[in-house]
Design a binder for this molecule. Structure first.
Ligand code: FMN
Length: 132
């Protein structure tokens, strides 16, 4: 992934549902078709990679600290996430992340994401600028 200067926002389809699963260390073990399509990667490119592969530099580290602290306690984290696509564009989601048992019977985490609205994106953008 590279952030280019002409970076543009990818607006999700209204009913897009982007799901990914990780192991306990945040290594991707599953990615849904919608997630792959929006992120611009094939499922093979994502599986086995750290989830930070889609990290956008505008995201404050506090957001992910809070995410990890919450799910490691066995609780559910929700929040707005700006992600980078493979070709350097970006998209916003509202994510719900929670502990799960993976298909291999091990502890892991699941993130289910929906489209964030324009007003949600505006508020999150302002909040995250103050955290940077
Ligand atoms: C289930 C799950 C889903 C995640 N989804 C994302 C995501 O969509 N984008 C992202 O940047 N980080 C996501 N993370 C957090 C990453 O694991 C990582 O903490 C974050 O990208 C910051 O990376 P860094 O610690 O290497 O800076 C997710 C973590 C879990 C457990």
């Amino acid at each position: 992934m590279s952030i280019n200067n002409n970076s543009k926002e990818i607006v999700l389809k209204d009913h897009a549902f982007l799901v990914s699963e990780t192991d306990e260390k945040g290594i991707i073990t599953f990615a849904s078709d919608d997630f792959c399509e929006v992120a611009g990667y094939s499922v093979e490119e994502l599986i086995g990679k750290p989830h930070s592969i889609v990290r956008h530099p505008d995201m404050p580290k506090e957001a992910f600290k809070s995410l990890w602290e919450t799910v490691k306690k066995g609780e559910v984290w929700t929040g707005y996430v700006k992600n980078a696509t493979k070709d350097g564009n970006f998209y916003w989601v509202f994510a719900t992340v929670y502990p799960t048992i993976t298909s291999e019977g091990k502890k892991g985490y699941l993130s289910c994401r929906r489209k964030a609205t324009t007003s949600e994106i505006e508020k999150a953008t302002i909040l995250y600028k103050t955290l940077k």
